[in-house]
Design a protein around this ligand. Structure first.
Ligand SMILES: NC(=O)c1ccc[n+]([C@@H]2O[C@H](COP(=O)([O-])OP(=O)(O)OC[C@H]3O[C@@H](n4cnc5c(N)ncnc54)[C@H](OP(=O)(O)O)[C@@H]3O)[C@@H](O)[C@H]2O)c1
Length: 312
């Protein structure tokens, strides 16, 4: 618990996609730090689960409905926070969907839903809160991007494109908002075990179609992803702590990478010459996929750790 001084420096926090995963942990963790939290859920049915999780952690928070694809629900949630709390100090753009499958296997509807949620939805909530933050002369827009917003990967190109979009928007916002005392911060987690990897996995039907020319490679990549996420030591609370820093630091950085594998891979990209990065990072992964495509053989033990899977 940080006590009243932090509350004075900060203020109400609105978290999107707080029914599960990183959003739920962030909402609970921030509430534990005595921040007034508005946890928003896409589906009202999740409200009781969030309240139960809060009671289990002995914290109080408000739960509102906010569906990123429903503009009326965005306006309503923002209005409710302003009516009740008088201000939105921080917005945590966390809610979003995945989409797994190679580009040719995806349907237009799947791609549209992905972009409507992750890009247009995130933009809509941000645009709804900004006039109030500007009027207050302070605020934080914290967006849960991904390592997949810096380095793309096989079978998740459309998803990574939405994360690259969030990166571009978040960076521009940092410049546009600084003169008004508002900070835009991007959080870039690596792979973390959440419902994203089970019930919310969002695998495209086309990716599993036996007629797909990508199917064997996709399954090999998925198997590798599952192995890496199963081993991941990065936890949802690590993201929550990075969000807390973004909200409470006097001068937050523009980006926080979460998890060691994620920072290693981002550093590799930053410091290695591009051809070398391609060779050491993408090379083993490509060889593995080619083997899966031609005969489905398992990789030699030495290559089990390699692969273009820093995290999404
Ligand atoms: N877990 C990882 O490995 C990882 C790594 C890097 C970045 N990220 C990013 O971190 C964020 C959270 O991921 P997560 O792992 O916690 O995923 P998750 O377990 O699938 O949770 C996603 C949350 O977003 C909500 N959501 C989905 N569609 C929505 C909509 N239309 N309106 C409002 N909320 C919506 C979900 O609600 P419902 O369940 O009700 O649909 C859920 O609460 C995402 O932006 C993701 O891209 C995750």
């Amino acid at each position: 618990m940080r006590g009243r001084s932090q509350q004075r420096r900060t203020g109400p926090v609105l978290v999107t996609g707080a029914s599960a995963g990183l959003g739920l942990e962030t909402a609970l963790y921030l509430a534990e730090q005595d921040l007034p939290v508005y946890a928003t859920v896409r589906d009202d049915a999740a409200r009781s689960d969030v309240l139960r999780a809060a009671a289990d952690r002995n914290v109080a928070l408000r739960v509102l409905r906010l569906d990123l694809t429903d503009p009326a629900s965005i306006d309503q949630a923002v209005r409710t926070v302003l009516d009740e709390a008088g201000e939105i100090y921080a917005l945590v753009n966390n809610g979003g969907v995945g989409l797994r499958g190679c580009l040719e296997d995806l349907s237009d509807d799947e791609i549209r839903h992905l972009f409507e949620t992750n890009v247009l939805g995130t933009l809509a909530v941000t645009r709804a809160v900004l006039p109030h933050m500007r009027a207050a002369g302070r605020g934080r827009v914290v967006t849960i991007s991904s390592v997949g917003g810096r380095i793309s990967s096989f079978g998740v190109g459309a998803y990574c494109a939405t994360k690259f979009a969030q990166e571009g928007l978040g960076e521009a916002l940092a410049l546009e908002l600084a003169p008004f005392g508002i900070r835009s911060v991007l959080i870039e987690p690596g792979m973390i075990k959440t419902t994203r990897w089970t019930t919310n996995r969002a695998t495209s039907a086309g990716a599993l179609d036996p007629r797909s020319p990508y199917r064997e490679m996709f399954l090999a990549a998925e198997e590798l992803a599952d192995r890496i996420v199963g081993r991941s030591r990065t936890r949802p609370v690590d993201v929550a702590k990075a969000v807390q820093r973004a909200i409470t630091a006097e001068r937050p950085r523009m980006r926080y990478v979460v998890g060691r594998p994620a920072s290693v891979v981002i550093r590799m990209r930053r410091f290695l010459p591009e051809p070398l990065f391609e060779r050491v990072y993408f090379g083993p992964f490509l060889r593995r996929l080619e083997r899966a495509r031609t005969n489905g053989a398992p990789p030699p033990a030495g290559e089990r750790r390699a692969g273009a899977r820093g995290g999404v």
